[in-house]
Design a protein. Structure first.
Length: 139
């Protein structure tokens, strides 16, 4: 599925492939783009596990676009990453489908706090808490 209309990315940088489920509080998506040799996040043929956070943040952006379609073109920024835990060093060594889950803990105005989890075959790859904000005209 093409999510480029819901993300500020295009082409291979749209990393997610399918929405498994979503509701007001969460979204579950999956992808195999981490296995693609032309993944734009690869460096010297390797894909660091830190990029699992980009997969999670894209899921958050898609969730926000589904919840608030009138704001799809509105830019929001990553304000904070907390409690980041990486359980592997490289994503390109994962041979199976990635599951990307994002849960909205708080949504207030144009700002949100999410937790995210990237896993494969019930093995956790990365977790984090993410704060997303819409900039004010003065920022």
């Amino acid at each position: 599925m093409d999510f480029s209309s819901l993300l500020p990315h295009h082409g291979n940088m749209c990393l997610l492939e399918n929405i498994v489920s979503w509701d007001q509080q969460h979204i579950l998506m999956n992808s195999q783009s981490h296995r693609h040799p032309l993944n734009p996040l690869r460096k010297n043929g390797k894909l660091s596990a830190i990029h699992a956070l980009e997969y999670g943040m894209q899921a958050i952006a898609i969730h926000g676009s589904l919840l608030y379609p009138q704001q799809t073109a509105t830019i929001h920024y990553l304000a904070a990453l907390r409690e980041v835990k990486l359980y592997i060093t490289r994503l390109d060594t994962v041979d199976t489908l990635l599951n990307i889950e994002a849960y909205c803990l708080l949504h207030q105005g144009d700002n949100s706090i999410y937790t995210l989890k990237v896993s494969s075959l019930n093995k956790i790859i990365a977790t984090a808490q993410v704060t997303i904000v819409k900039p004010t005209e003065n920022s």
